[in-house]
Design a protein around this ligand. Sequence first.
Ligand code: GLN
Length: 204
Amino acid sequence: TPRIGVLAVQGDSREHLQALASLGAQAVPVRRPEEVEAVDAVVVPGGESTVIDKLLRAFGLMEPLRRRIAEGMPAYGSCAGMILLADRLVDARPDQQTIGGLDVTVRRNAFGRQVDSFEHELEFAGLEGPVRAVFIRAPWVEEAGAGVEVLARVGSGPAAGRIVAVRQGNLMATAFHPEVGGDRRIHAEFVAMTARATSRTTTA
Ligand code: GLN
């Protein structure tokens, strides 16, 4: 079983740990640099990306995360986690940094401050039937590089067509929170991505 770490410095790590455990993964919180080295994959939860950024730097987690992701470790980010996995941001705080890895430009709080949170049914590439997506002060992907696969877009309303889920190699991100609500299919996809990546490295 893959050992999947959930960054637990700020945000909804508990919901991700429960979702992963319910799928039979070994789910462990990650708060220290040594813990980054001891996992097969990492989840970056929803929360507040500026706070998570500051704490990752303060706790010495930023550099190990960047190195392991560059070496191919799978990572999945939801909402603030999508922001943290993006190479480029729009509407970031002036000194805000990201872990990076995904060749995308992500806009923070993209749906506007008046649209604090909402739910929306999405078509999601590779999944049968709609995903009920919970958005909370969510970002969207403003621009995606050529190597980035778009997994979901907003289907209707003023934001119709906006990219809200992407994948590039071993990295995946959603602007919404599948850890909130009972649909485990996106976490299942990440567990499967991790199992594939882990079997590749151990047989190589
Ligand atoms: N707006 C938050 C940020 O910029 C993200 C919100 C969330 O993760 N629900 O970090």
